[in-house]
Design a protein around this ligand. Structure first.
Ligand code: NAP
Ligand code: HSE
Length: 428
């Protein structure tokens, strides 16, 4: 058997402790599968004295993750601290410069610096892997880079933020408002330290940008993701969607067309009977479409100690076996710079507007939509006591450009209050 593979783990929170537990509990299984013993040399976190539920006395301690990354007795630097800048990036760069392989779960760092870090890793002859960064325990990076290597990918889409899916499904099942479920999720520790990363769709957009790169051979373009969070989704939207046979999901879609790379992450209506529509709680789902394979659907836990650590171990096991894949499935120097394009594929849209309840108000809205070429399929006005009336409209299939033109005209009608909510209806 080869020499032991020695890890330095920076970050001993949910994921880091999950990795420590698997390595301790499954030592024989891992060495049987990889042909090498996998051991932990040293660890790092902010607080040395914190009780983490497992003994760390057998491992050297480093206060500074950069020092950990540079230790002679570390072969793989395992970055599980998080954050797009600061210690995570500094230590990752230090590890690469010291000739160490790197495994990380840090989608924020890779969404912002993935191209540069992948280039640095390749120049240094080390690997940088991130299975755990996308959709938790679902082995989607492996599926794309290895299992589907013979395909030209045509589209990748999915629900990739468990917290948002929990909030949306819980609002529907318990009949609670967004604010009520947000507070509940926060209390249960489901949300990131900065909850805006979750509910603003940013965390899911980080993951989508990484998937685009692997699927289409393009440089990571997080800034080009059309992004909208779930904060404006109301219980009325969810009920109305349900009445029409749909459920609302924070859906990411990426595809490379002749016009460029389309990447969008936004709340959408999807058929309630579809696999995505049936997704409950914190579960994630990624749908991969390739020219040879057709459609592959992966479903599983998107977060949490065990699932995320499971994905980290997948990368560590690969390195132990001698499998040395490029970060994004092909050399970083061959990734092309994408041209961002707004999604042009027409779809029906769901609109929620607040209108003054007075004669002719609806007619003015219908005219504004009609002038932009947007045709109304159905419309409903909720019971209300105030002078303002909530009105829900479903359009016929239209382009986003036409819809945006119509929405831009609505303030001129003088009867619409606030900015309308517009959600795409995905047929899937
Ligand atoms: P976490 O529970 O907040 O743990 C973060 C760890 O990093 C803590 O042990 C913390 O130390 C340590 N740390 C933070 N700043 C540090 C610094 N300056 N120096 C040394 N250590 C530092 O985070 P997590 O949930 O495990 O997430 C870790 C990474 O995995 C993140 O990139 C996250 O996005 C990613 N991820 C998480 C999940 C999930 O389900 N949690 C899923 C997929 C990906 P202390 O404990 O001493 O404070
Ligand atoms: N906040 C993320 C989620 C954690 O809810 O999916 C896993 O990436």
């Amino acid at each position: 058997m080869s020499d032991p593979l020695r890890l330095g783990i920076a970050g001993l929170g949910t994921v880091g402790i999950g990795v420590v537990k698997i390595i301790r509990q499954k030592a024989a299984l891992l060495s049987a599968r990889t042909g090498r013993e996998i051991v932990i040399s040293a660890v790092s976190a902010r607080s040395k004295d914190k009780d983490r539920g497992v003994s760390l006395s057998g491992y050297a301690w480093e206060d500074d993750p950069v020092a950990l990354a540079q230790r002679d007795d570390v072969d793989i630097f395992v970055e599980l601290m998080g954050g797009d800048e600061g210690p995570a990036k500094d230590a990752t760069e230090a590890a690469i410069n010291a000739g160490k392989d790197v495994v990380t779960a840090n989608k924020a760092m890779l969404a912002h610096h993935g191209q540069a870090l992948a280039e640095q890793a390749e120049a240094a002859g080390v690997v940088l892997r991130f299975e755990a960064a996308i959709a938790g325990g679902i082995p989607v990076v492996k599926a794309l880079t290895e299992g589907l290597a013979g395909n030209e990918m045509t589209r990748v889409m999915g629900v990739m933020n468990g917290s948002c899916n929990y909030i949306l499904t819980r609002m529907e099942s318990a009949g609670l408002t967004y604010a009520e479920v947000f507070a509940e999720a926060d209390g249960l520790g489901y949300l990131e330290a900065d909850p805006q990363l979750d509910v603003g769709g940013i965390d899911a957009a980080h993951k989508l940008a990484l998937l685009s790169s692997i699927a289409f051979g393009t440089q990571v373009a997080f800034g080009a993701v059309e992004l909208e969070g779930i904060e404006r989704v109301t219980i009325e939207d969810i009920r109305q969607a349900a009445d029409m046979g749909f459920r609302i999901k924070l859906l990411g879609v990426t595809q490379l067309t002749a016009r460029g790379l389309e990447q969008r992450m936004s709340p959408c209506l999807v058929p309630a009977s579809s696999p995505l529509g049936q997704l409950e709680g914190g579960t994630n789902m990624v749908v991969l479409e390739g020219d040879a394979v057709g459609q592959v659907v992966l479903r599983g836990p998107g977060a949490g100690e065990g699932p995320t650590a499971s994905a980290v171990l997948s990368d560590i096991a690969d390195i132990a076996r001698g499998t040395r894949l490029s970060t994004f499935g092909q050399p970083a120097s061959t990734l092309t710079k994408p041209t961002p394009a707004q999604s042009a594929i027409p779809a029906p849209y769901y609109l929620r507007l607040t209108l003054q309840d007075k004669p002719g108000a609806l007619a003015k809205v219908a005219t504004a939509l009609g002038d932009a070429g947007v045709s109304i399929d159905r419309m409903r006005q909720y019971d209300h006591d105030e002078p303002m009336a909530p009105v829900l409209i479903v359009t016929h299939t239209t382009t986003r450009d036409a819809l945006d033109a119509a929405l831009a005209k609505l303030p001129d009608t003088g009867v619409v209050s606030g900015s309308p909510v517009a959600l795409r209806i995905e047929a899937l």
